[in-house]
Design a protein. Structure first.
Length: 110
């Protein structure tokens, strides 16, 4: 049971890291498009933009409801980074340590 929990913790951490990188790429592309460094008439750039926007927008929507735009700048990605990186560091490891103790494995180093 402990190896399954170790793998589950790894999978959750990896998934959250991938989502963080996608949101980071979206935020960066938003700036590059707004400053006309990336031209969305390019088919490849448009396809990448649509993918990033399609993934990032539903994730950032709850944060956009909480954090209003200040001077036209969207800080929802920053709040998302703070929440997810805090969860990765302070919530997920203790949660899985607790699950390992429930599984009877005691506290193990990962």
């Amino acid at each position: 049971m402990i190896p399954i929990l170790n793998f589950l913790e790894f999978a959750v951490q990896a998934l959250l890291t991938i989502v963080v990188w996608i949101i980071f790429a979206y935020a960066l592309c938003t700036w590059l498009v707004s400053f006309q460094i990336i031209n969305l008439r390019n088919r490849f750039a448009f396809a990448v933009w649509r993918f990033l926007e399609g993934v990032a927008t539903p994730i950032l929507r709850p944060f956009r409801r909480i954090v209003p735009q200040l001077g036209g700048v969207d800080f929802s990605a920053v709040i998302f980074f703070i929440v997810v990186l805090g969860a990765q560091r302070y919530l997920i490891p203790p949660l899985f340590e607790w699950l390992r103790t429930l599984a009877g494995g005691g506290v193990t180093a990962t």
